[in-house]
Write a protein that binds this ligand. Structure first.
Ligand code: AMP
Length: 546
């Protein structure tokens, strides 16, 4: 049949308009460096439209990239909408990237304007000289007293907003118009840009974030994304609340565990999201707080240790909800949502199921393939291979990079670089990153599984396992362990703790005690730094027991 009948484009402006019309009396709450502020939705949407007007005042062309260098604040959220809803492209900059990576991505994306939080201006301004395309820097008030450089290219957002009229939102192009771009954290080589379109954001928000079987954000929710808005599209938490009609509570620069815990309690937050490091740090802050409003603690970005999830279950009566994703997957690729297939499991088995990465929502196709081939492996929870995904919010190329089969297969799937198995209910269980597996005598050892067991030991706060060279076995596992304050444990104790839990030949050849596991710019364990630190580590001369 000829002709498309329901071809109305999936773009963001109608979503914003609906939120503005239906919920004017709800609130957006955020912290500055010193206080908590709140706006009604009516005030916030008006400001977002005026920020659209500011882009016109600064003559930012259609499709130009608008950078942000900011905490999670109401203005940052306004930019999440004002930029794409006026036909420009939002480029969130990771405030913790190394300087050379930061200037690289600003120049690569050709950012025209950058909006910077005042407390971050000092760090940003040092690099400004190396940014070749940025015409204006717009400073957002976050309560910091930082002096402004005397430079005609630097403006205060509040001054510009006072001059700018609120603008109507609309997108000239179709639903495949670019809405935002985010660069991968780039553990090897240069960071790579992933472009999200209006359509991809729309579908990701509806299926991964709002559908009841998944994360299920709803109108009654008050959501606090601890995950930074500069990382991986804020895991969809910058967009989905407006689809749902939920209220947003934003921590701004106040990222200390006790400040976040206080905000969760005082603002009666119902859903929150962050990486495992955040929830590990928060665990001691939960005591004595009234968190009865909370119905979901979402966690991903790295494997959620079973012991951490169980710690939340013990303290607040609710385990962590585990999800998996990547910058390339918008980022939600799977969610460990409740499914009837697991009903009736005992406590222990249920905790094991919760430690899995979850089931791909509608819109994400997943497969496990034999490494180095495109041969699909069965979903029997045993066959282990590389996880590959595709779908309407999964990247099929990087911005400005020639397509290569290193990242995408010839038949159009994203190679995730993650290794795991899938059970017959579609639930993914990742065992490692391809690069982090320890290769011992031709067999693979999962560093993540060893870490999970170590982190369930009562004396252990954090544990990271890496492979170090071994003359006979090629590589053997080395465990780097951080003990809890005032706790003690010896290498022998930890190894005997692992003995009944893993195959004998998986046991680490050595255990080193360190003060802190090095972290990446988004708070994940940095195995790269750990490997560099222990590159010359001499393993004690033991023969692995195989
Ligand atoms: P990024 O693009 O920086 O968010 O990093 C994506 C990578 O983080 C994935 O390819 C995984 O290796 C890792 N990751 C994200 N979520 C999880 C999870 N739930 N379990 C294990 N690894 C994860």
């Amino acid at each position: 049949m000829q002709g498309l009948m329901q071809d109305y484009p999936l773009t963001l402006p109608p979503v914003f308009d609906r939120f503005e019309r239906l919920y004017p009396d709800k609130h957006v709450v955020w912290s500055t460096v010193s206080e908590r502020r709140r706006s009604t939705v009516a005030e916030w949407t008006d400001r977002a439209r005026r920020i659209g007007g500011v882009l016109d005042l600064l003559a930012v062309p259609a499709e130009a990239r608008v950078g942000t260098f900011a905490w999670n604040t109401a203005d940052h959220l306004a930019l999440y909408w004002a930029v794409p809803c006026t036909g420009r492209v939002l480029h969130t900059l990771n405030i913790r990237l190394f300087p050379e990576q930061l200037t690289y991505i600003v120049n690569h994306a050709e950012d025209d304007v950058v909006f910077v939080d005042r407390s971050l201006l000092g760090a940003f301004w040092q690099l400004f000289g190396d940014m070749s395309t940025v015409r204006h820097v717009v400073v957002m008030d976050d309560g910091a007293p930082t002096e402004l450089p005397d430079d005609p290219r630097v403006h205060l957002l509040d001054d510009l907003v006072a001059e700018a009229p609120p603008v109507r939102f609309g997108v000239a192009g179709d639903e495949n118009t670019a809405a935002s771009i985010c660069y991968t954290s780039g553990t090897t080589g240069n960071p790579k840009g992933v472009v999200y379109s209006h359509r991809s954001i729309y579908l990701h928000s509806l299926s991964a974030l709002s559908a009841a079987g998944g994360i299920g954000m709803a109108e009654r929710d008050r959501v606090l994304p601890v995950v930074p808005m500069f990382h991986a599209n804020a895991w969809g938490w910058g967009h989905a609340p407006l689809f749902a009609g939920a209220e947003l509570v934003l921590p701004g620069p106040q990222m200390q565990p006790e400040r976040i815990a206080a905000m969760l309690e005082e603002e009666r937050v119902t859903m929150t999201a962050g990486v495992p490091t955040i929830w590990t740090g928060m665990l001691p802050e939960l005591d004595g707080r009234d968190l009865t409003a909370l119905r979901m603690v979402l966690c991903g970005g790295s494997a959620v240790p079973r012991a951490l999830s169980e710690g939340y279950r013990a303290k607040i009566g609710m385990p962590i909800l585990h999800a998996w994703g990547m910058t390339e997957t918008s980022p939600i690729g799977s969610i460990n949502a409740s499914v009837s297939a697991y009903d009736g499991l005992g406590e222990d088995e249920a905790a094991d199921v919760r430690a899995r990465q979850g089931i791909p929502p509608v819109g994400v196709d997943a497969r496990i393939v034999e490494p180095g081939t495109l041969t699909e492996l069965p979903w029997d929870d045993k066959a282990t291979g590389e996880l590959q995904v595709r779908g309407p919010w999964i990247a099929a190329a990087y911005f400005g990079v020639e397509p290569s089969t290193e990242s995408f297969t010839e038949d159009g799937w994203l190679r995730t670089g993650d290794v795991g198995a899938i059970d017959r209910f579609g639930n993914i269980r990742l065992s490692d990153r391809t690069k982090d597996l320890v290769k011992s005598g031709g067999e693979w050892i999962s560093s993540v599984e060893l870490e999970n067991h170590l982190m369930s030991h009562p004396a252990v706060a954090e544990a990271a396992v890496i492979g170090v060279p071994h003359p006979r076995w090629q590589e053997r596992p080395l465990a780097a362990v951080v003990l809890k304050p005032d706790a003690t444990a010896t290498k022998e104790e930890l190894v005997s703790y692992l003995e009944p839990r893993v195959a004998k030949w998986w046991l680490p050849d050595d255990v080193v005690f360190i003060d802190e596991v090095p972290k990446t710019s988004v708070g994940k364990f940095s195995k790269k730094d750990l490997r560099a630190r222990f590159a010359d580590h001499q393993l004690p001369d033991v023969t692995p027991g195989r």
